[in-house]
Design a protein around this ligand. Structure first.
Ligand SMILES: [Ca+2]
Ligand SMILES: [Ca+2]
Ligand SMILES: [Ca+2]
Length: 243
């Protein structure tokens, strides 16, 4: 009986930690999704309280370094309402209005850890490579699975069709705009020049190729869901398509 009781206590303690505030969504390349209170497009971590009671997250900690769990402390008295959300801005601008942290999110991927005021690790996410204005979040909202999705800051996460790119490494001056509704990228080369393009998988198998003369589009409707490399002249992008 004693043993069973001890087991139950442990189980309840674990369940309590398991159901408390969690990391729900991360946007590590915010170009034009949402502005922080001062007006900057900065990266964020969205916390979510799945319980039916408000939680005081003062002295909780967020970090991007498993060897330094207490890198960024949430200010004393910070509350998350029942079933509510809170955005933590990852911009190093600690004097601005709102909750801010002094590290940077690396869009090539990294680890984000949330700990509570008793220094128990509550949540830990291995972030994969990220894309401009595409978030990584729990789908369904608050669930155990993570996936790419369209950002939903301060709102429930929903499964969504995703078409994304990361920043170009270097090359000719040009712009690449995304048209997710038509599965295409609109290309515009600054000096009106002509550039060859190709879309490859990570084994360098070519799926699409052609030329852009001044302006043009690259339509990837025929490609299966996945991650690809898009090369336009000397510009290299990583792109993702997910329906
Ligand atoms: Ca800021
Ligand atoms: Ca980092
Ligand atoms: Ca969200």
């Amino acid at each position: 009986m004693k043993l069973l009781f001890a087991f139950l206590i442990q189980f309840i303690a674990f369940a309590a930690i398991g159901q408390t505030v969690m990391i729900n969504e991360i946007l590590s390349s915010n170009d034009k999704v949402i502005r922080d209170p001062i007006g900057d497009f900065d990266d964020y971590v969205e916390l979510y309280n799945p319980t039916n009671a408000a939680v005081n997250i003062g002295k909780y900690f967020i970090t991007d370094d498993k060897d330094s769990l207490f890198k960024c402390m949430i200010p004393t008295g910070t509350m998350i309402s029942a079933n509510g959300y809170l955005l933590v801005w990852i911009d190093g601008e600690m004097d601005q209005e709102g909750i801010h942290c002094n590290f940077k999110l690396n869009s090539k991927g990294e680890r984000i850890i949330l700990s509570n005021a008793s220094m128990d690790k509550l949540d830990e996410i291995n972030l994969k490579r990220q894309y401009d204005d595409i978030a990584f979040g729990r789908i369904p909202n608050g669930g155990s699975e993570w996936n790419y999705m369209n950002p939903t800051p301060n709102k429930a996460n929903v499964k969504s069709k995703v078409l994304g790119k990361d920043r170009s490494k270097k090359g000719e001056k040009m712009s690449l705009a995304i048209d997710p509704s038509k599965d295409k990228f609109n290309v515009s080369i600054d000096d009106g020049g002509k550039l060859a393009y190709r879309v490859m998988d990570k084994e360098d198998k070519i799926f699409l190729k052609g030329n852009i003369d001044g302006k043009g589009e690259i339509n990837i409707t025929s490609l299966p869901n996945g991650k690809y490399n898009l090369v336009i002249g000397k510009n290299e992008y990583r792109i993702i398509k997910m329906h």
